[in-house]
Write a protein that binds this ligand. Structure first.
Ligand code: S3P
Length: 206
């Protein structure tokens, strides 16, 4: 039987995250979780967003890799998708339950797990970064690090994932559509969408 990957945290949160020292964390009081398909820009936008809010950034995929001591393709290869998903669940739970505001980029399949989605709904604000198919495909085609797309027809696979996942991603608290514009423009759009959401949440009921 294949050994299970070790997903216990081997690094402390402070070692594994980057925190902006310039902006005070006054606005976000709970984690902001970015969801969406591979190639949507969750990590690159998430990092910049965290710095705008002055909070820590964590990338669930990176944390899974650190905990397992292997890359994601290696985890899929050695243990299969199911074990990867188990590790993903544990890592996301740890990151959310360790408390406090932070921006958390999740892998494209994470929000599909019922328990992870329930946890995010209860303990965090979720935001779906929604990009068009061509943008996603162009981005994922640049790298070969997505095991789910190692199929005879990756384009068709990505379309299938879109069809299956979009109704679930739509359960996120916020949806921001991203276009092919300079990244700072998208970061700005997301930042303001979150600020508007927080203001609405804080407003007394009419
Ligand atoms: C996956 C997305 C990947 C990674 C893994 C599985 C998915 O993360 O978690 O390859 O199921 O969509 P990104 O969305 O960051 O590429």
């Amino acid at each position: 039987m294949a050994a299970r990957p070790t997903t216990q945290a081997s690094l402390t949160e402070s070692q594994s995250e980057t925190v902006s020292e310039t902006t005070p964390a006054v606005l976000l009081t709970q984690p902001l979780v970015l969801v969406g398909l591979m190639g949507a820009g969750k990590s690159s936008i998430g990092k910049r967003l965290a710095s705008r809010f002055g909070v820590a950034f964590a990338d669930a995929d990176t944390e899974i890799e650190k905990a397992a001591g292997r890359t994601i393709p290696e985890i899929f290869e050695a243990f299969g998708e199911e074990e990867f998903r188990n590790g993903e669940r544990r890592v996301i739970r740890r990151l959310i339950e360790s408390g406090g505001p932070r921006v958390l980029a999740t892998g494209g399949g994470a929000f599909m797990a019922d328990d992870t989605r329930a946890l995010i709904k209860a303990e965090a604000t979720s935001l779906w970064l929604k990009a068009d198919f061509e943008t996603l495909f162009e981005r994922v085609s640049k790298r070969s690090n997505r095991p789910l797309l190692k199929t005879a027809d990756p384009k068709a696979t990505l379309r299938e994932l879109m069809q299956k996942r979009y109704p679930v991603y739509a359960e996120a608290d916020l949806v921001v559509e991203t276009f092919r514009v300079p990244i700072e423009e998208t970061v700005d759009k997301v930042y303001h969408a979150v600020l508007d959401h927080l203001a609405r949440e804080a407003a007394p009921p009419q």
